[in-house]
Design a protein around this ligand. Sequence first.
Ligand code: NAP
Length: 365
Amino acid sequence: MKKVGIVGWRGMVGSVLLDRMVSENDFDKIEPKFFSTSQAGQVGPKIGGVDYVLEDANSIEKLSELDIIISCQGGDYTKSVHPKLRSANWTGYWIDAASALRMNEESVIILDPVNRNVIDQAITEGRKDFIGGNCTVSLMLMGIGALFKEDLVEWMTSMTYQAASGGGARHMKELLTQMDVIGQKSKELMDGDILDLDAAMSELLSSKEINSECFGAPLALNVIPWIDSEVEAGQTREEWKAYSETNKILGRENNPIPIDGTCVRVGALRSHSQALTIKLKKNVDIKEIESLLKNSSEWVEFVPNTPEATREKLCPRYVSGTLKTVVGRVRKMNLGDDYLNIFTAGDQLLWGAAEPLRRMLNILL
Ligand code: NAP
């Protein structure tokens, strides 16, 4: 059995990954080893009745013994450890949730329902680094990949609504703690004047009582239209990934589709949503578009453009913890017959992170 090391297993992505691997009996097929950067020597996860002791995630010697490493630890870890391992002539497979290696020429961005052909070719060519895509990009492609496959997209904008858990475990706790402080304060004023309540909440959001160390600003009762660092011309790295990663996943680096938009952090706890404006290459009947989307994969759930269905299904609440990608609000826009409006949502910890990693492991096995 292949020796598979899992680093970052107790983080947000890692926890969801373990959960999925247990559900799908992946551990029956491998000899797992668990690593930590901060808890080596301590007891790690219990799987199949076995308590695994954690090994040191910075030990190149220990990591070199593995056939496959799955890292959900983060970009800094990847940047520090991956080059050392390769310099030590480690020839195993590296599967990673972090973005650090994504755009390297020798890396493949993995989303097998969309680019299995690219993955298979890379394995045949002997490539060893398989990296999960940006969560928003992967979810967008899981939802509307059929339109790219049919080469219908001339350009696209994506306006995102990204959940707190996109930042990791600490970010989720920060949002919930902010909500708790707000809940306690508002309870005292709930029976009084609405303008007093409103003023008290505004004051609270600007006070030190709201801890916003992780997000850099209060997220509860607020939105933050900035995710990650700045790249060029005022764009954020998260926004840059929509263009660069989508085209890399589709194998269109030499013939890229223009994609841009604004990435926004919102107070959803889990699952990302996005509103898409798509300029089609030609006028395609809306029924044909709907049919393409409905039949694109077993994971797409098409939501009719009605208030009831939209409120019920086209949202983080409905998709969280599932592999469904919901696609709805599909309509032609006033801008012209070849302009399409779509809203989509999916669990960024599943298809946007953990699921492509465990599926890649299974492809390699
Ligand atoms: P995370 O929850 O912050 O976990 C990363 C590591 O932080 C853990 O493995 C753990 O490592 C350490 N840690 C420190 N305090 C912790 C605590 N209180 N609870 C749990 N872990 C704690 O990060 P993540 O969201 O899983 O992201 C990991 C990587 O996946 C990042 O590169 C991220 O960009 C990428 N990614 C994330 C998402 C997402 O939606 N969150 C989606 C796609 C990709 P030790 O055990 O070694 O201390």
